[in-house]
Design a protein around this ligand. Structure first.
Ligand code: ZN
Length: 411
């Protein structure tokens, strides 16, 4: 079925929620945004983090059933999504810069959490993150830059980045070639639109020579910019035609310097600091797994079994975390899925979101209340719980509006 191309940056993919935008600044002076989708107050707040050059748009796409709507309909009625410095909704990725993932771990996520806490207080916060949003948030969490996270869901990559051989070549040669030979500090998925014979145009035409899998030039550029494959970031079959057509709306330009940090981590076999001696990041560990045993946040690691950007990375991270803090993480393979289609795929709400919702519900306030021994104040069971038990396994239970559990008034 052909659907119309949605407007860029549209919020129309989420209905029945009060939407508000919350700007804040990082310690190094960048303005970032949190967007809140609130249907009612909820003891379990969810924060969503996009990947490199994506944005909150990957969670609110109108052309399919998106993650924010699925969360709102399943009892998580206060959902926040962050546009951090890697967002295609912000200008930073199309500027010349030397940011690293350490900067994001030290400054973006802690500042976002501080702004979030200003509004939600000490309610439980669950984080769902994709790609370099997940890697950088893992660095914040396991590097001790923030705490108090109730649960964390990571898709594709966390603290053990692994890439295919071709990607390793691109990570090694790409930044230098791009900056010193071509003269571009960022690559744009829309280079196909550049005037003939300009640098961007030539890069796009050259890339398309090697990508015969479809006729969308933006899709070719995106495969060239990340991963190894035709296409590299998703299975074509998993995307609606309209999503494939507008893929550059969802994945914009990217600065090439981030690739140097990823290359360093791939060589080290784990997430490490870019400049170990950088005094600005002295509070962060040189290797981010070293303090993993001090963090008790439960983690769900996801990866498509057709992941061609970070294949095997989250399975390896699961093994590494299991050695440091046994029993606190789970791994789920997503059959038939690649790197980003677990969120932007047409059927992600059937194949992927139930796994995320199940994990969140097991770590929600209701689950905790149910498993607590009888203590001082008897907890009253929130009404939604009965609904969830009686309804089918992965059916959204959106019939009754959420009633605030009484515990909130008490605290
Ligand atoms: Zn394509």
């Amino acid at each position: 079925m052909e659907r119309r191309v949605p407007a860029r940056y549209t919020l129309e993919g989420v209905s029945g929620a009060e939407v508000s935008v919350h700007p804040f600044a990082t310690q190094d002076g960048l303005g970032l945004n949190l967007t809140r989708f609130r249907r009612s107050d909820c003891d379990d707040v969810v924060l969503l983090l996009h990947g490199l050059t994506a944005s909150i748009d990957m969670f609110i796409m109108p052309e399919h059933r998106n993650l924010v709507s699925a969360l709102l309909d399943n009892g998580f009625t206060d959902v926040w999504a962050l546009d951090f410095r890697m967002s295609s909704r912000l200008p930073y990725d199309a500027e010349t810069h030397r940011y690293t993932l350490d900067d994001i771990a030290a400054w973006d996520h802690p500042a976002a959490l501080a702004e979030l806490r200003r509004h939600v207080g000490d309610r439980r916060v669950h984080v769902i993150a994709h790609c370099l949003g997940s890697l950088s948030f893992s660095m914040s969490l396991f590097g001790g830059a923030l705490d108090g996270i109730t649960s964390f869901v990571s898709n594709s990559v966390s603290l053990v980045p692994r890439v295919p051989a071709w990607s390793r070549c691109k990570l090694t040669a790409g930044p230098g070639l791009s900056e010193y030979l071509i003269g571009l500090s960022f690559l744009d998925s829309r280079f196909g639109e550049a005037p003939p014979l300009t640098r961007g145009w030539m890069v796009s035409r050259l890339v398309s020579l090697f990508h015969r899998e479809c006729d969308v030039r933006d899709c070719h550029m995106i495969s060239f910019m990340w991963g190894s494959g035709h296409p590299a970031l998703y299975e074509h079959d998993n995307l609606l035609p309209v999503t494939h057509q507008r893929i550059a709306d969802l994945l914009g330009p990217t600065g090439v310097h981030y690739f140097r940090h990823i290359r360093k981590m791939v060589s080290a076999g784990q997430a490490v600091k870019y400049h170990p001696g950088d005094p600005r990041h002295a509070a962060l560990p040189d290797a981010y797994l070293t303090r993993a045993n001090e963090v008790t946040t439960p983690v769900l690691l996801l990866s498509g079994d057709a992941n061609r950007v970070f294949p095997g990375a989250n399975a390896a991270c699961h093994a590494a975390l299991e050695r440091a803090r046994p029993g606190l993480q789970e791994f789920a393979s997503l059959p038939g899925y690649g790197h980003i289609d677990p969120f932007i795929g047409e059927n992600a709400h059937v194949d992927v979101f139930p796994k995320i919702l199940d994990f969140l519900k097991r770590h929600s306030s209701e689950a905790s209340a149910a498993s607590e021994p009888m203590n001082a104040a008897p907890l009253v069971t929130p009404p939604t719980k009965e609904v969830s038990r009686s309804s089918g396994a992965s059916e959204p239970m959106n019939a009754a509006p959420l009633v605030n559990p009484p515990t909130k008034e008490v605290s």
